[in-house]
Write a protein that binds this ligand. Structure first.
Ligand code: GUN
Length: 284
């Protein structure tokens, strides 16, 4: 039976360390979060980011813009935040409404304030192995992995999902850690076979319980990035969160597994705060 990796506890520890660093170095980091429209999930994420910032001693401002915001209006806000000395991190919550070109907005964020690590400059630096803001969810996955397995070199890692936010950057980080990396996606043949070979399995597909327990290699480390809201069969009318992995089936075979909720999710926020503090230190 797998040991469950307690992401909530590890995230709390990191936030405590950041709070200590902020007060010891007398920093005043500032994070601006921009939310366009009224996506329910984004609303929850943005609220959690704001609360976690305040608790850690980071000045947080949330900019809520209507769903009909134009690209030029959003670019103007980004330019204003780029120039604002109080602000060390800018996060534009994705997804954006269809009239806005998300790539153009991300590219307009000053790379030195791009605490999401999504801008072309930071992604380029990541793939070159140069110092950069490491995207938060992939960074969180690596911290969780290293927590239970410090020796990653030579391990076979399978990343399921090729998004710019998780799949591609986490594959870069695993490669930098000397893993043998495979990226699987919707067109992959024999996904079950790929899974059975993986010492490390990162699931970032966005489909509830898509990875079946019997696909998991005995003794593998499973990191479940999925956050899927489904109807709760036990409580009619209620919903609950599940990951991309069939937790029960996978836990019967894996050595370590992250839960949903309480695994990768809290780590994403902790890493956002970490990047913001790093940015404030650099600005000083
Ligand atoms: N939407 C889902 N995850 C993220 C994230 O990490 N950053 C931003 N900006 N938007 C997201």
């Amino acid at each position: 039976m797998a040991e469950v990796i307690d992401g909530a506890a590890i995230a709390k520890r990191i936030r405590g360390e950041l709070a200590h660093l902020i007060s010891a170095k007398k920093l005043q980091p500032g994070l601006a979060v921009v939310l366009v429209g009224d996506n329910q999930a984004s609303e929850v994420y943005v609220r959690n980011k704001g609360r976690a910032s305040e608790e850690t001693g980071i000045l947080s401002e949330t900019h809520r813009l209507p769903a009909a915001t134009t690209q030029d209006e959003l670019l103007a806000l980004v330019a204003q935040l780029n120039a604002d000395k109080k602000i060390h991190g800018i996060l534009v919550q994705l997804p954006l409404p269809p009239q806005i070109d998300a790539q153009a907005i991300i590219a307009a964020i000053d790379p030195d304030k791009d605490v999401d690590g999504f801008s072309p400059v930071n992604i380029g630096r990541l793939s070159l192995g140069l110092p950069c803001f490491v995207p938060c969810t992939p960074q969180g996955c690596m911290i969780l992995l290293r927590e239970v397995e410090p020796h990653l070199a030579g391990k076979r890692a399978l990343v399921i999902g090729r998004s710019n936010i998780v799949g591609k950057p986490v594959a870069q980080l695993l490669l930098a850690a000397n893993c043998t990396v495979t990226i699987a996606h919707s067109r992959t043949r024999d996904l079950a076979d790929e899974c059975r070979r993986a010492d490390i399995l990162i699931a970032a597909i966005g489909k509830p319980a898509f990875v079946r327990g019997e696909w998991v290699k005995e003794g593998a480390i499973v990191v479940d990035v999925g956050i899927n809201r489904i109807a709760d069969p036990a409580l009619p009318g209620k919903t609950r969160l599940v990951g991309d992995v069939d937790f029960k089936g996978a836990a019967a075979r894996a050595a370590f597994i992250t839960p949903v909720p309480g695994g990768v999710g809290p780590m994403t926020i902790a890493c956002l705060l970490k990047n913001t503090v790093q940015s404030a230190e650099k600005a000083r």
